[in-house]
Design a protein around this ligand. Structure first.
Ligand SMILES: Cc1cc2nc3c(=O)[nH]c(=O)nc-3n(C[C@H](O)[C@H](O)[C@H](O)COP(=O)(O)O)c2cc1C
Length: 402
């Protein structure tokens, strides 16, 4: 069989465009309505997407004043989505810095049982420094330390999931034997970060363990993904950078004895959909114009800090950056002036490349796919609760001609 694209829907409650919630077709009353997310996942499943994904972090984003940047706890939400769908994968984010392996192993084991083997784990080390103060810490652990803990964390979680062998649940009502305890083992893990006795208190799951997803872009992050992950989320603004990342991560995986198909690269796209490219571009413009100036400034400042100058406001000017400078091409913050050149604004488009797609929609991804820069895609819809009569997950609205 030839290569198959893997497609994943990255659900952000308010949509990926920070001003999406302000669009006249957005339904802010549905932002916390689980039925909306169930419907979205059902549409993604019907469209043959492979998975839905919820990002997460244990701290409030700083720009919630003007953007719907709150978080929904992924396991609660994915559990409700699991019972409304049948086949689609369910990827939840869990932090190895702010959870304990035993808690995480239970959450994923339960989600995997509940969904009959559809759980996936976006393994993050949490970049937001302010999270530390929500957990009684004065300081966020340093980057290298977070990855060292992540490595041990994943190994412990794996041992916990394996602490129940296949066949441990006998459930023989006649003899009264429920579990064969010779197939349930303690873990007895003791190392630098964790001391865990085990076994897990949940039977072995349909998949054995969740699918591992990661999104590292630093050398430590890529090394972690190369060793552990089955898929890596990433984002690129140019084909060249996407190809470089793809070759690098596959080579790193090979150094761990893993084949190229054992680690899939899934870069993000944020599609703007219209019947023509012009219509899609107009829609993009409409969204961008809704970004509040204050949100834009804050977003750009967080990237450029003191280097942000008035020259960035020249009509049509565009600059990109990556906040932690780990990968300058990963996320774009753009400053530009409106078409009339009068209303300066900044906007940040994170973790994906915006693709205004009209008639060219069907050409963009397959093209990148053939150039060995991705194994599929992670669609990061700009809209949250904008209604989409076509069942499409991107920013879209009906064409007047349809
Ligand atoms: C598509 C995508 C999704 C991400 N989701 C999360 C998330 O849910 N929570 C989080 O803390 N970090 C998230 N990140 C950040 C990554 O986990 C990672 O920290 C970041 O890419 C920087 O790489 P590094 O950790 O190797 O420095 C995401 C990154 C990307 C590209």
């Amino acid at each position: 069989m030839g290569r198959q694209l893997k497609l994943n829907l990255f659900i952000y409650p308010g949509g990926h465009h920070e001003a999406a919630w302000r669009h006249p077709e957005s339904r802010t009353d549905r932002l916390l309505d689980i039925r909306f997310y169930q419907e979205l996942a059902q549409r993604a499943e019907a469209a043959k997407l492979d998975a839905v994904f919820f990002a997460d972090g244990p701290a409030l984003e700083s720009n919630v004043q003007y953007a719907a940047r709150f978080r929904i706890e992924p396991f609660t939400w994915l559990s409700a989505i699991a019972v409304a769908t049948e086949r689609i994968g369910l990827i939840g984010t869990a932090s190895t810095t702010y959870l304990e392996p035993y808690n995480a192993a239970r959450l994923f084991a339960s989600l995997d049982h509940l969904s009959n083997g559809r759980a996936g784990w976006n393994i993050v080390t949490t970049g937001a420094e302010r999270a530390a103060r929500n957990f009684g810490l004065d300081e966020h652990p340093p980057h290298a330390e977070r990855y060292a803990r992540a490595d041990e964390f994943v190994r412990v979680a794996g041992k916990l999931w394996d602490s129940w062998e296949d066949g441990a649940v006998v459930a023989d009502a006649g003899s009264g034997l429920f579990a064969d305890t010779s197939r349930i083992h303690p873990v007895r893990h003791e190392d630098r970060h964790f001391r865990v006795e085990g076994p897990l208190n949940t039977p072995r799951t349909p998949q054995g363990r969740p699918v591992y997803v990661q999104a590292g872009s630093s050398p430590d992050g890529k090394a972690f993904a190369a060793e552990h992950a089955e898929a890596v989320f990433t984002a690129h603004q140019t084909l060249q950078s996407a190809q470089g990342f793809y070759a690098d991560i596959k080579a790193r995986a090979a150094s761990f004895g893993r084949g190229p198909d054992q680690l899939l690269v899934l870069p993000g796209i944020s599609p703007y959909l219209g019947s023509t490219e012009a219509e899609a571009r107009a829609l993009k413009q409409e969204f961008d114009e809704l970004t509040s100036r204050s949100t834009g400034w804050a977003s750009c400042r967080s990237c450029w800090a003191s280097t942000l100058t008035a020259s960035h406001w020249m009509p049509g000017s565009r600059r990109s950056c990556w906040r932690r400078q780990a990968r300058p091409e990963a996320a774009a913050s753009w400053c530009w002036t409106s078409s009339a050149g009068k209303t300066p604004r900044c906007v940040r488009s994170c973790s994906a490349s915006p693709v205004p797609a009209g008639t060219t929609c069907s050409q963009e991804r397959p093209c990148r796919w053939r150039t060995r820069s991705s194994d599929g895609s992670k669609a990061t819809p700009l809209t949250g609760t904008t209604s989409c009569p076509h069942g499409c997950p991107g920013a879209s609205r009906p064409s007047p001609t349809r």
